[in-house]
Structures are given as structure tokens and as C-alpha cells.
Design a protein around this ligand. Structure first.
Ligand code: GDP
Ligand code: MN
Length: 382
């Protein structure tokens, strides 16, 4: 789960990382009041989870609170579109912070390198631009080293890397300190990434995080309930956000055949069969064990939130859960809903005959195999 800049900065500040003073709001009048309180020289920043907010017009510097308030009014509710995110995101919150005078911009990050199964520190003198750009045009400007999972970081390792990255002398000691703090925050938050870009050096020689991006490992979210309530507005896809709120494992795939299966393997097989039949899957959805009517209904609602869905393929294998129970759940759910697209179910497993009988005569057509079912739904959805 990605945290907003204001949440990321709050977290890092707890570990001593220097950040600019400021506050977050969704109200333009309050934005103006915050700007006044900070003395008028402020930066107004859209809190949307995408890169390149600066270029997209979501970050602006002001000399007086009046103008900052005007911009806040314009920005809140606006859809911000960037190269990385062409659909864009609506700005709900903005961050108003004291302007930092910037002499130089660096890049500092801690992230998980899955290839070497360790966390790494990344440093570059070329901050302020997207790191992918630096990696492409000037890869030598990026210095990386792994954090030993047992012993952690030694000062000399950090110092060597900072020197290798050509970070100017006045910033070095401060950066050593900051990297240690970042690693502490990274570990405490179960993060898979902590990125400071730009890490700003002021003309007075002070190092400060002018931007911050933190991403927490989704599998560790249960240890961080403080972020749970914001998970909906943090997800980039609104249907995935809703599914996550309902506790449903759902991934939007962009095709036209909605899929509901039990067990991740069966769902992936369903997606393959739909492709083999010449169709495209709209989603991954694992209904889980049990498949009670309420659960099935909730899953169906999520699948149908996607306007591209032209047909639904249900693929259930009942092992411990009896198929007739599942069939009853599906029918009950469907009787409470108004489903206008064709539905095909392949059901197999314990008490399959009883299950098929239950579905007979309903709007749900049954198939004897996943392949047969995939072919049928793809042709019906045309
Ligand atoms: P991003 O484009 O989404 O990464 O947003 P950033 O927070 O990094 O802001 C974009 C750019 O705006 C930065 O690279 C800086 O050049 C500039 N910027 C942001 N905050 C400040 C600030 O406090 N002072 C100055 N001078 N520039 C800033
Ligand atoms: Mn940035």
C-alpha cells in the first residue's frame, strides 16, 4: 500500500528525518489559513498517489497566503493527469508546507531488491527528476548497496556510497544520519520502499526531505491499522479499492469476461481458459472458501462494477465445501440481484449432481469442464 506524501513525511519525521513544517487539508479556506500560519511562503502540493505531480501542475510555490488559497481552491477536486498516469486521479487532499530554498537536489531511497532478496540503499546526486530517467541516461550516477539483514548498516558503508555518489562534503554527515533514520522507518513500517526525491540541500547547507514516498508491504497491513482507514482512497483503481474494503481478493485485468472462482489457482486457470477461448478476462477474483450467499453477492457486485463486463464465468471446485451449498449461495445471491449479462458456471466436486440440479432452469448455464464453460461464455458474451 502506497502512503501519501503527508503520511510518509509524518512517519519519517518520527524517526528524526528533517521535513518542512506544514499541514494537510481538503478545504481551500483552511489551506489559506495554514499558509498564513506558515508566513505565506509556501508550497501547495496535491496528495495523489502518482509520480510526476510537479510536471502535472500539482505542485506550486507561492509568496503569499492569498495566492496559495486561490490555487488550493482550483486544485481540490481537479483531476490530475501525468505521463505515468494518463487516466489521472482526483485531488482530494492537499499539503501546504513551508517553502524550502533548494540549492541542490539529490535522490535517496531504501527499497526491497527481490532479485538479491535484500533491502538496498540507493543514492544519486541527480535528484529532482524521475530516477528511471537517471537510470536510463546516466546509470553511473546511481550508487546502490545492500543492507545486511543480520548486521544492518555500518557507517563506513554508507560513507563510501555517499562519497562514490559524489554528494558534496557539507551534505555528507547529514545524509549518513538520514539514511540510518530511513532504514529504521523502513523496518518499523514493514515498508518495501522509502524514497526521498528530492532530498534537498539548502543554500545554508541543511539537508531536508522535500518529497517522500513510502510503500508498505500489503501482507503486513494487519500490523499497521493506522493506515487501514485510508486504504480506499490510496488504491489507484476504485473497484480494487472497494474490493479491498470488502475483504475480497480482486485484481482488475481490463477484459470483458468477469471471473469468480475459489482458490487462486482455479481463478488463474479460468483466466487462461478464457484467453484460449478467444476472450479476455475482466478480473481475477477469489471468492474463497465457503461461498455463502452474502459473500457471492458481494463478489458479484464487485465484478459488475466494471462496466466492461459482458459475461460472467463462475468456476468452483467444492472440496470441503459442498457444491450444492455453493449453488444455493449463488442462486440466493442472483435472486437478490438484477444481472443482465450471461452467466456460465462450471461446478465440480462434492455433491456436484445436487448442485447442478439446483442451478437447472436458472439464468445460470452450467458446463461440464472449464474449457467448455470458457468457450460457452465467450460466445454468449459476443
Ligand atoms: P513529484 O513531482 O510528484 O515528485 O513532487 P515533488 O514533491 O518532488 O515536487 C516536484 C518538484 O517541485 C521538486 O522536484 C522540486 O523541484 C519542487 N519543489 C517541491 N517542494 C519544493 C520546495 O519546498 N521548494 C522548492 N524550491 N522547490 C520545491
Ligand atoms: Mn518527487
Amino acid at each position: 500500500m502506497k502512503l501519501h506524501e503527508y503520511q510518509s513525511k509524518e512517519l519519517l519525521a518520527k524517526f528524526g528525518v528533517p521535513v518542512a513544517k506544514g499541514d494537510v487539508t481538503s478545504d481551500p479556506a483552511e489551506a489559506k489559513a495554514i499558509a498564513e500560519r506558515l508566513g505565506g511562503r509556501v508550497v501547495v502540493k496535491a496528495q495523489v498517489l502518482m509520480g510526476g505531480r510537479g510536471k502535472a501542475g500539482g505542485v506550486k510555490l507561492f509568496d503569499d497566503a492569498e495566492a496559495a488559497g486561490e490555487f488550493a481552491k482550483e486544485l481540490i477536486g481537479k483531476r490530475l493527469v501525468s505521463i505515468q498516469n494518463p487516466t489521472g486521479l482526483i485531488v482530494e487532499k492537499i499539503l501546504v508546507v513551508e517553502t524550502i530554498d533548494i540549492a541542490e537536489e539529490y535522490y535517496v531511497a531504501i527499497l526491497l531488491d527481490r532479485n538479491i532478496q535484500k533491502s538496498i540503499v540507493m543514492i544519486s546526486r541527480e535528484g529532482g527528476v524521475e530516477i528511471e530517467e537517471v537510470a536510463e541516461h546516466n546509470p553511473d550516477a546511481i550508487v546502490k548497496f545492500a543492507v545486511d539483514p543480520k548486521w544492518g548498516l555500518c557507517d563506513y558503508e554508507i560513507r563510501n556510497a555517499i562519497a562514490k555518489a559524489n554528494i558534496p562534503k557539507p551534505a555528507r554527515n547529514q545524509m549518513v544520519k538520514m539514511i540510518k533514520q530511513l532504514v529504521q522507518a523502513y523496518e518499523a513500517a514493514d515498508a518495501e520502499m522509502v524514497e526521498i526525491n528530492p532530498c534537498a540541500l539548502t543554500p545554508e547547507g541543511k539537508l531536508i526531505a522535500a518529497d517522500a514516498k513510502v510503500s508498505i508491504d500489503d501482507n503486513a497491513m494487519y500490523r499497521h491499522p493506522e493506515y487501514q482507514s485510508t486504504s480506499a482512497d490510496s488504491a489507484e483503481d476504485p473497484i480494487e479499492a472497494e474490493a479491498s474494503n470488502r475483504g475480497i481478493a480482486y485484481v482488475r485485468l481490463g477484459g470483458t469476461i468477469g471471473i469468480m472462482g475459489n482458490g487462486a489457482g482455479l481463478v488463474m486457470q479460468s483466466i487462461d481458459e478464457i484467453s484460449a477461448a478467444g476472450g479476455t478476462a475482466a478480473n481475477f477474483l477469489d471468492v474463497g472458501g465457503g461461498a455463502q450467499a452474502e459473500r457471492v453477492k458481494s463478489c458479484m457486485e464487485v465484478i459488475l462494477m466494471d462496466p466492461n463486463v459482458k459475461g460472467i464465468f463462475i468456476n468452483i471446485f467444492g472440496g470441503i465445501t459442498r457444491v450444492d451449498e455453493v449453488a444455493k449461495g449463488v442462486l440466493t445471491a442472483f435472486s437478490q440481484m438484477d444481472i443482465k449479462v450471461p452467466v456460465v458456471a462450471r461446478i465440480e466436486g462434492t455433491a456436484v449432481e445436487e448442485g447442478r440440479k439446483i442451478l437447472e432452469g436458472s439464468i445460470i448455464q452450467t458446463a461440464n469442464s472449464a474449457r467448455e464453460g470458457a468457450n460457452l461464455i465467450v460466445s454468449l458474451a459476443k
